[in-house]
Design a protein around this ligand. Structure first.
Ligand SMILES: NC(=O)c1ccc[n+]([C@@H]2O[C@H](COP(=O)([O-])OP(=O)(O)OC[C@H]3O[C@@H](n4cnc5c(N)ncnc54)[C@H](O)[C@@H]3O)[C@@H](O)[C@H]2O)c1
Length: 308
């Protein structure tokens, strides 16, 4: 049985635990700094097992030592974005939390693959990579799966088709900086361009880009968590089942797409070893320029991280 630890038992973390349990992916440890919170949620999840037919153990704790021997660790601890707050505003607090968690992973789960969710994603992933000293293949960030699932949902709604038949690839940084690849979206293998006109596609891309902000606008005191948690569960499944799934993830680049030393959303093959391969697609001039803009934003974040 695999062991999965989820750090941060808030909205994204707890919902991810729920989806991971429902898929019977492995025993789960949930960690949070708030006394009693992970314990209560862990027990509550466990009580639902007979009805929801999962057969995994779920345990909530405040102690990092419980992550010992984890195969996958999901980092969601941090503060969420509030309305009007830029992702970079979160950096100071969340980098401190991420470093503390990374130190614990290094000590107790030195073979784990770490999926970073905490924002600003691409920069926090860098802080985690530095703190753990792990091989970069074992540190990655969740963002592209979320952007892609939002894009697929809007496409499915517009065309009135089964959402699972829609597939899309999104590169670059998260949200505002994402780079959707129009050429690589399809429904049942049919390129999107055959099914939707350019103007409609642009509208869906714009809605995807601001998908997170749209939810923050409604929620006011927090950010999206159901779709982010589902994205986490998909990534954890690829890792613990060694599925070799092709999906977009923030991966550490060493020359791919012309960038080095930063995390950027790219298509990867995800398996037991983490990022087992990065796929390099031939990009158009516009796509390359959009990716370069995204990379500049990430580099700016890293400069801010360095200045903390
Ligand atoms: N990458 C993405 O696509 C994406 C999507 C959604 C949310 N996020 C980010 O995920 C993070 C969590 O979002 P949320 O909605 O779950 O927030 P939340 O506030 O509901 O949960 C965060 C949890 O982290 C805990 N925490 C704080 N410091 C901790 C520490 N030192 N150790 C352990 N736990 C600690 C808090 O007590 C809280 O329970 C935020 O940074 C948010 O911006 C990223």
């Amino acid at each position: 049985m695999s062991k999965i630890s989820v750090i941060g038992a808030g909205n994204v973390g707890a919902t991810a635990v729920y989806y991971i349990a429902e898929k019977n992916l492995g025993d789960i440890v949930m960690i949070d700094v708030v006394q009693g919170l992970p314990q209560s949620k862990g027990l509550d999840f466990l009580h639902a097992a007979p009805l929801r037919e999962y057969r995994v153990h779920i345990y909530g704790t405040n102690g990092y030592d419980e992550i010992r021997g984890s195969d996958a660790v999901v980092l969601t601890a941090g503060i969420a974005r509030k309305p009007g707050m830029d992702r970079m505003d979160l950096l100071r607090t969340n980098a401190g939390i991420a470093r503390e968690a990374a130190k614990a992973v290094k000590e107790y789960a030195p073979d784990a693959v770490i999926v970073v969710v905490t924002n600003p994603l691409d920069v926090i992933a860098m802080a985690v990579l530095r703190e753990t000293g792990f091989d970069p293949s074992r540190v990655l960030g969740m963002a592209g799966v979320l952007d892609a699932t939002r894009y697929c949902t809007f496409i499915a709604e517009t065309l009135d088709v089964w959402p699972g038949d829609v597939s899309a690839m999104v590169l670059g940084g998260h949200g505002d900086a994402m780079v959707p690849l129009k050429r690589f979206a399809s429904v049942g293998g049919i390129p999107l361009g055959e099914l939707l006109d350019e103007k409609t596609t642009e509208r869906l891309i714009e809605r995807t880009r601001s998908g997170g902000a749209e939810i923050v606008g409604y929620l006011k005191t927090g950010s999206a968590f159901y779709a982010p948690a589902a994205s986490v569960a998909a990534m954890v499944e690829a890792i613990v089942k060694d599925r070799k799934t092709l999906l977009p993830a923030a991966a550490f680049l060493r020359g791919e797409y012309g960038f080095s030393g930063i995390f950027l959303g790219v298509p990867v093959i995800l398996g037991k070893g983490g990022v087992e391969r990065i796929l390099e697609l031939e990009l158009t001039g516009d796509e390359r320029e959009a990716l370069a803009r995204s990379a500049r934003a990430v580099r700016q974040g890293i400069r801010e991280l360095d200045s903390l």
